[in-house]
Design a protein around this ligand. Sequence first.
Ligand code: KIV
Ligand code: ZN
Length: 512
Amino acid sequence: MTDKLIIFDTTLRDGEQSPGASMTRDEKLRIARQLERLKVDVIEAGFAASSNGDFEAVQAIANVIKDSTVCSLSRANDRDIARAAEALKGASQARIHTFIATSPLHMEKKLRMTPDQVFEQARQSVRFARNLVGDIEFSPEDGYRSEVDFLCRVLEAVIDEGATTINVPDTVGYAVPELYGEFIRTLRERIPNSDKAIWSVHCHNDLGMAVANSLAGVKIGGARQVECTINGLGERAGNCSLEEVVMAVKTRRDYFGLDVGIDARHIVAASRMVSQTTGFVVQPNKAVVGANAFAHASGIHQDGVLKARDTYEIMRAEDVGWSANKIVLGKLSGRNAFKQRLQDLGVVLDSEMEINSAFARFKELADRKSEIFDEDILALVSDESVTSEKEQYGFVSLSQRSETGEMPFAAIVFTAAGKEVRSQAQGNGPVDASLKAIEAHVQSGAEMVLYSVNAISGSTESQGEVTVRLQNSGRVVNGVGSDPDIVVASAKAYLSALNKLQSKADRVAAQG
Ligand code: KIV
Ligand code: ZN
């Protein structure tokens, strides 16, 4: 057994399945590049057969990522597998991850298949996939709630057919650490050819134990791959969190005795990028990447840390990429310094035009805000989608009036399909008035299911980052906008959400 723990990131696939977290191709590409900087071993880039948009995202990622293996999920059927192989053609290292449910409940109620039919389909799909790509992962969905004898039969057969990684999902987050660890150990002990595959854990967080279960799968069960997402993003309560599992194994190397290839200095930037792209805010007390994770507010703690850091600190903030709120740039910083900072933050803008446009917005921000932090730069770049010419709607300007006892009023200028539109409305507050002014023209009919404001950095001078979640015809999207003026940030977030609704509708239409 090796001493290396493989980190398989599924932010762009399982993470994206979280309602509202869907990402555009360009957003996924940007995150994939950051995952490569982080030195993630495997990037699950999407589910190629699920939509044209997902196919294109997997293909684009496969074409640019060189150091990580790029993987596509696929149901256990020839059509899905062929589509995944097609999307992965350009990859330096490609993996197909195929799955079929094996628990009695899923087989009977969801698949309406007998165990023998599932067994055959699993076997044939791995055989088919193995002829297209050398690196094949197989997952028995709801594996943890499957009958162990049947699971052993299926897994032995797929290893015989050439599966190189066997992943055991706790799909519904039902496991507890000791039992899950023992479950993996039992499978490995009972399956005669188990040593021909790498064993992997994939845990959901419904009972808050995804990280603990994954670590037990490693320690007790002998798994050597962990599937996880940045910030624990994922459906319902999310997936196992990459930053927590990685820092647990690194910090407690004395206990786990394993190496992880992750360059942890890029963790915080990855966390911010995912949060700003999806609009899923990171809770302040979140381990490793929460704003308070390294803050010592109590006098006793501060005193201790000043005398000797390790009195209260088990990890160093800078080792995971906290730059101690450094002021990185200001009004006088030039284009080169800006470009360099983008590079340091792992942001790759595709063209000179994009860099120029981001730099212009940086200058505009620096005129209004004396200190520009890394968070500001990342937010500014995320806003690219709002003002990009590719998008349906773009923010131009806003004025609003509010006074005690008066009905607030807003007048907004924005672009719709390249044309400037002016609209105005009253509302019960300036934000409400601004969004009503947009809606008066757009008439999307979307329902707002979430509105939240977050200060990007500490003070009132900070930019406000607004997330708006809209729901329309069964589609749920999050839009994010940032600006020192939270009314403007709200309008940008609303336009960004409308763009996402639009692009989702286009994707659905394109699939016919
Ligand atoms: O949770 C799950 O079962 C999955 C599989 C598709 C691997 O995400
Ligand atoms: Zn999952």
